[in-house]
Every structure is written in C-alpha cells, then in structure tokens.
Design a protein around this ligand. Sequence first.
Ligand SMILES: [Zn+2]
Length: 433
Amino acid sequence: MLNNQQASFEKFKKELNYCYEKVPFYRKHLDGAGTHPSDIHNIADVMKLPYTEKKDYRKNFPLGVLAEGYKPNDIRLTRSQSSGTTGERLITVEVGMLLLNRAMKCARVNPAIEQAIFNHARKTCRYAAPNCSDVECANPNSTMEDRLLSDGTLVLPVYHDLLTTSDELIERALEETCNYQPDLYYIDPTHFAFLVRHARKRGISLPEAPVMGTYTSPTQYSRRQIAEAFDGKVALTQLLASSEMGWLALECPHGGLHLNTDSFFLEVIRAGRSAQPGEVGELYITSLDNGALPHIRYKTADAVRLLEEACPCGNKLPLAVMEGRMMNFIKRQGRYIHSPYDIDQLVGAPDWLDQYQCHQLDEDNLVLKVIVNEHYQEGDEQAVLDRLREALGDSFSISAEKLSYIATERSGKFHATKSDVTSPAVFGETHAC
Ligand SMILES: [Zn+2]
C-alpha cells in the first residue's frame, strides 16, 4: 500500500459520493457495473469499482462529466488539451485554483522548483513539441511577442518534427532565451537536449535556471547533455503531469520521484491486483478535491514501479519510477517485456551518443537507431547492443543503424523507445515486467 493511502482513502470515499450525486456519467457508470458508493468500506473494496478511461471523458464531455454547478464556459475553469499521444486530442477543464493547489502540494518536494513556479514575476522558457501549447511556435514568422503568454511563459520556436528545425529557428530560440533570462525552463527533455547541443556547438552559454522536464520521460543522455550545458550546476528535474489532472509527481533534489498522494488517490494495478513495491503496473488516478471534472480510477496507460525505500530528502510522499507509456513497452506474446525506462538504463549515456531510438519493429526484430557526435569511434555502439542482447535474449534480433535524423511521432513527441507491436498485452507474473 502507498504510504498515506489510508488518509487519502477517506477523501476517496467523499469524492466517490460527490461523483455519484453530482456527475451524471458516474451514476450511470457505477449503476451499470452494479456498484454503489455504499459498497466501499475499505481500500480493498476500491477494486470493485469500474475504472474509467480517456474515451469516457471524451464521449461525455462536457455535460456528462462536469459536476453539477459548473458550465463549460465557467470563468473559474482552466481549459487544456492533451497533445494527442494516442491519437485524438482530449479537451478537459478543471477549476484553476484546484490545479494550482495540486501543483503546490507536489512542488513541496523540490524547493528550487517550488520557488521558481510560485514566483509571481516568473519568467519561464518553454521548449517542447508545438502541440503542447496553444501558440503558433512552429511558425517561423512568429515573433517573440506572439509567443509570450500572460503568465510570463515565453514559448520558444521549434518545428513540429524536432530534428528538422532549421538553423535559423534554432538560433532564434537561443537568442530569445539569452535575451529573456528565464528563471525556469519548462521543457520536454528530448527537445531541450537538442537545443543545448546546438548552444554548445555555437559556444553559447544559456542563462542558469532550474530545468523542469515534462511531456516525456527524461533519458539519461538528455540528463547528461543538459547538465553539461550548464557546467554541472543545473540538473534536470522530472515532473510527471497530465493535461487532465495536473501535477502527479515531482523529482526531489536527491533524484527521488515523489508521487503526489496528497492530491490524489493513486493505485498501481498489475494483472488485476495492486502491484507490490518493485513491480511494474499501470497508474490509476482518483482526484480528491470535489472539482469540476472529477476522475475516479482513471486508467492513465502509464506504467510506474513503486519503491519501498525512504528518500534521503526526508519527504514522506512515496517514491516511484516512471517506466513509460505502456504502448511504448517492448512486447512479446501478449506480454510487456521491457519498459522504456529499462531500455534507457541499458543504453546509458555514453559521451558519443547525441540521441537514440530503440524501435521494436515486430515480435522478433528491434533496431537501435543512434545519432552520434564527434566523440564517436567506429563500433562504439557494439557495447550498447551487447547489453540489449543480453537483457532481451537471443530470440530477439537487434540491429543498429547510424543516422542523422529520426522522426518524432505525429504528436510531435519523441519516444526513445517505441514498439510497433500493437496487439493487447498484459503484465506477466514471472517476467521482469
Ligand atoms: Zn526525495
């Protein structure tokens, strides 16, 4: 069980009652499953409740899923949309104040981030796929003023397909960053690693500020490149957030990813049961604050692994590892075999590596695509291939390709590990995953 799950369970029951009474979708959803809030007496009973998925919210938005008393155009609501990682984009709303509270509770684990985020005069530079914001940052003709948001965020210009970004646009992003002197970088790790590589090539030092990486999980090579760009004085901080729910987990200065169990009732589900510490499972989230668009047992399609140990930072919020989007796992015979996090641990961050993608083509074949730099010597990738082959076993055929370009996904995100095996998969009882 998660550290303070009992305390959040009391709030869970209130949220469940609230949903049943105030949200038309939930009454139908629970009645349809033959369950009622009064059936839920203890944490184990939570498993009796049906889960919810993205499609439930998409299909019933706005009137079915909005709580009584809220209208879609309510001025208290903040509107956001997902980047469409799995295809269709999802529009969602929540009370702005509640999203802020969730972020505040989560930010407590990292004082530097907390200070930067809640500084009212803050200046943030955002560098991520164009879909991740509402401004036209991919338009080469846009000006800095066009991309400056009312909250002090400067959205830096970048192409939708990251590695095709022109030199002109890269130089503009670097120049704007130096002129703007941000006190926070709010970035996608792959995107920002690309930008700092180009800064170093041009001998440009970017202004020092905390770097918060979200949208996709950081890879080791992106952490290395970002640390190098700031001469080791700045390290990337991982934020796990979703457009629907806000801040779910944040990395502390000791490198621990702390789950925001103050704001959410979190479950890690594996093969129909709660995962034990050390096991990988799917993250299910329940909101606890009686908001405008509450979520009950929301399946995220993200996999995490709970850790049992206490964090040296002293914060009691539970620790987890973000293993990756489940669709990106290496799969075989209907089972998840290796997570993107696993693969990244195997690849590591050798100095010759600028970027990679481990791409599972089918049940038996993987290709490791690498983009290398001036430190590369013929055959350097062999050691990485050896580690992958040892971990994945002889039955996989793994080849390497040296490239100068790897495409991003349709969403504009870049997945360091991806799989074309789309048949349904489960977490096994015996495998590493
Ligand atoms: Zn910690």
